[in-house]
Design a protein around this ligand. Structure first.
Ligand code: BGC
Length: 415
């Protein structure tokens, strides 16, 4: 049945292209590293094969802060792109402003309600209607490690943050950088939320979803900041401002032992020809093996003028959910398909572990949205948390108690 349906849609597509419905899509994204570019090129090629024109609107900068600034100025000028990489609650913010277009017809024809997990389909809807198409699910609470560096240092893979500190000291004494890190606010927040998650999913939810003042001011939160500050001892002197993919290359090259980063890092290992379980290993971030911090990438579709542009935009949305794209894109990106029941055989052991963990954590309530990657809170609250976290990491004189107080105040002021 499926094969017939795909065959028909391919025929419909070539007819659309040959009858002059081909149009242009302008796509804003921040996928510019080696692995990211390989992934987005898959979509570009599929659109070009379907007869459309792809206008690339790439704005470099991990985590997407620069991309979002550029998007805002284009939208204010009344000239938004056809599609933009927007995620989580931010989709609602753009929906509230009235910029997004309705994709229900594409979603209905391709049965998105049936092929997507609920946690994904809910995020793609504004006011009950589809306005965005999900490309993947990233797991954020990962630890990427170079086994050779561990061996040479006589260190073991840590399963708690206490042990991390013990092993990192051995690695440092052996002359390696224990933690490959880039000092940018979103990377600091990625590390910080991984440490917070080790206090349990309930603590994480109370702090970053419900924004409960008692939790934000708790002893556990003071302890999270303490551990976070200790990480300063394990980064190299050049960490400030470093891009995340350069940090990944330190692990790839054997200069550093570990990176705490979402599985877009795996895209860099793959692009460098490295194999999971041989050249590098993946483990959940210490103390978080039962939990899965999710980050769903999606392209939200903006209202555009012109029948051709609108047709191209709908094709873009449709292609994103097709099994072929889901497989090839995610093999390059390091993430797992967002579509349920996809064949797993081409994916590596890290992806299998993410797939298992996604299902298991959804059943146990340990599937939580990433605060650092815009899935948990709106952009105002996220910005407030980022400021406190990054200032604390860079200010040697700020105590954890002061940081907790600033965090609680900043969140309250941004709500
Ligand atoms: C995005 C990923 C991207 C990463 C680094 C995350 O917020 O969801 O797709 O690879 O930032 O730029």
């Amino acid at each position: 049945m499926k094969k017939i349906a795909f065959g028909l849609s391919a025929v419909a597509l070539s007819i659309a292209a040959s009858t002059g419905h081909a149009g242009e899509v302008e796509v804003l994204h921040w996928w510019t590293s080696g692995g990211e570019a390989a992934a987005i090129n898959v979509l570009k090629e599929e659109m070009v094969d379907a007869g459309h024109t792809w206008k690339d609107f790439a704005v470099a900068g991990g985590g997407g802060e620069s991309a979002m600034t550029v998007l805002k100025s284009r939208a204010i000028a009344g000239n938004p792109p056809s599609a933009a990489q927007i995620k989580g609650p931010t989709i609602q913010e753009w929906g509230d402003l009235g910029f997004l277009t309705n994709l229900d017809d594409v979603a209905k024809a391709s049965q998105w309600d049936q092929v997507l997990p609920r946690v994904v389909s809910d995020t793609m809807k504004y006011d009950g209607h589809y306005v965005a198409a999900p490309v993947n699910v990233h797991r954020v609470n990962w630890m990427w490690a170079n086994p050779e560096v561990f061996r040479k240092s006589g260190a073991s893979i840590p399963t708690s943050w206490e042990q991390f500190i013990v092993e990192a000291k051995k690695i440092k004494a052996a002359g390696f950088t224990p933690l490959a890190h880039g000092g940018q606010a979103w990377q600091d927040a990625t590390l910080f939320e991984a440490i917070a998650l080790s206090k349990g999913s309930k603590f994480y939810r109370d702090a970053f979803i419900d924004l409960t003042e008692d939790t934000l001011r708790s002893k556990d939160m003071v302890n999270v900041f303490d551990t976070f500050k200790q990480m300063r001892e394990f980064v190299d002197p050049g960490f400030s401002g470093r891009d995340w993919n350069i940090a990944t290359s330190m692990v790839i090259n054997g200069d550093a032992a570990i990176q705490i980063m979402g599985d877009w890092a795996k895209g860099e290992f793959t692009a460098a020809g490295k194999k999971a379980g041989i050249d590098y290993v993946c483990f959940p971030a210490p103390g978080t093996s039962d939990a899965f911090t999710f980050n769903i990438d999606s392209l939200a579709m903006f209202q555009v003028d012109g029948k051709e542009k609108q047709a191209a935009q709908k094709d873009l949305a449709r292609l994103i959910l097709e099994p072929k794209f889901q497989e090839t894109f995610n093999l390059n990106k390091g993430s797992i398909p967002t579509r349920l029941n996809m064949p797993r055989d081409k994916f590596d052991t890290c992806a299998h572990s993410a797939m298992d963990s996604f299902l298991a954590s959804s059943a146990t309530g340990n599937l939580v949205p990433s605060m650092a990657h815009g899935m948990a809170v709106n952009s105002m609250v996220q910005g407030a948390i980022f400021d406190v976290v990054t200032n604390f990491f860079n200010d040697e004189s700020m105590t954890s108690e002061e940081a907790v107080d600033k965090l609680a105040r900043a969140i309250k002021a941004s709500m």
